[in-house]
Design a binder for this molecule. Sequence first.
Ligand code: B12
Length: 424
Amino acid sequence: MQGLVVLTGILAFVSFKTCESDLVTESLNKQLLRSAQTAQGLPIPTIFLALRLSGDHNHAIETNYLNRITTDLHNDIQRSLSQRKHVVGLLSQYTMCLLASCTDAHSVTFTVNGHRASLITHLKRQMHQEKESIEHNERPFSNYFTFSEGILALCLSGVRVNGLLISHLMTAVQHSSLPDAGVEDSTDTLAMAGIALSCEKNAGFYPHHAAALDRAISKIKARLEETRPDFHIGNQYSTPIAVMALVAMGSQKDLSSTLRSLSADAQSGTYQNPRALASALIGLQTKSYLDLKNINCQNEKNNLVLELAVEGVPLPTQNVPQSQEVIVEVVKSDQQIQTYTVHVPMGASLLCTLELLQAENAAFTFDVEPTQWGPFLSNVNGEHARQMDGRAWLLLADGIPLSEGINDFKIQGPHVIIIRNNVY
Ligand code: B12
């Protein structure tokens, strides 16, 4: 009977794997290579991971991106470590990038205030701080997504971590206390936890944890196997990582409808943000970060050639974009509400809307911090809300939480935008 279920799953996957799906994957791969070639600022590790996990490659662009990771990102992490900053997420992602390029992560070192220690040693130290934070404050210093990423990076590197780290993650899963996501029922966080726990299960480091690992993985699997009527898991941006997690956890669920939705999203341009594009490329190829363990840097194809981008000549247009009225409501931490109105061209980003509002109205100010997903709104009207405060500015449009950030969300009509300072 089980054999029949597996066979049905395989057939269903084969039925998704068509010429069209290969073309979509190739197109995403090329978009990601372009973004790797042109992007300014610090490199984004997940972009490199997606390029490396892909079946198709452009070695020159990948090598160039890896160089930026081992210089610019390396130096940035070293600076942060010298300032005693908590950078567990970046340390984990850097470790995975080294694995993806078949480099021994143990050989990479940081010199901090005159002391040299390996990347893995720093990662283990910061994961220890995460553990202490869970024990004292009932939450990691970062969040459970990042905490899981740390466990995963160490596990993939063959490092047997303190068993309490795994226990804390399993407890959080069992008690449904992965609250940090605050977005879409923490699908992304559950998925990352599922990938990390599957790595631990496969590694077999903790034979006495085997039953508890199975229970936690089954719970995550059951949650992620619930799809929406349109076959997404969570929202469009969590679906790729949820697919990765289901693949990593060995789910028997037929994923072909979800993969078709993912492919349709990709074709309709949902994944413009390079960070989102990277996850979509991995998910569409039904791979997961666990595949980094078997990556083979020899005899890889070097088959992706980027055509010269054709500069589109903008056609003269008579139509001035329609102006839309946007009401912006700021709800501060003391629940005081400030309301503003601004008119912006149709299609303008929310970032652009806030810039116009700031220029027109001296009573409204805002600030952003750059992140891998783009600009993160960190300060509104002088009030900070960031990770270190355990608070965040959350965004809603017409009462519905946004599934994109201020740079990606576009004004498509008259909207009431709520910017609320929330505990998360
Ligand atoms: C934890 C988390 C949060 C926390 C971040 C707090 C913190 N600093 O710990 C909270 C709950 C505050 C949060 C808020 C939001 N989030 Co969020 N978040 C996540 C989650 C689950 C993990 C991020 C993480 O820690 N990664 C690990 C670290 C090491 O990598 P990192 O890239 O350096 O992480 C930083 C950024 O990702 C940043 N961040 C987190 N969320 C967002 C969202 C946007 C738009 C930006 C620009 C940055 C950003 O905070 C992280 C820690 O500093 C991701 C899921 C995912 N797949 O990435 C969603 C995710 C990134 N968030 C998302 C969204 C939509 C939001 C909100 C816009 C939701 C809303 N309606 O308000 C807001 C951001 C509003 C703002 N102020 O600009 C989407 C982004 C999709 C997209 N296309 O842009 C994701 C992918 C979830 C999803 N599937 O919908 N988020």
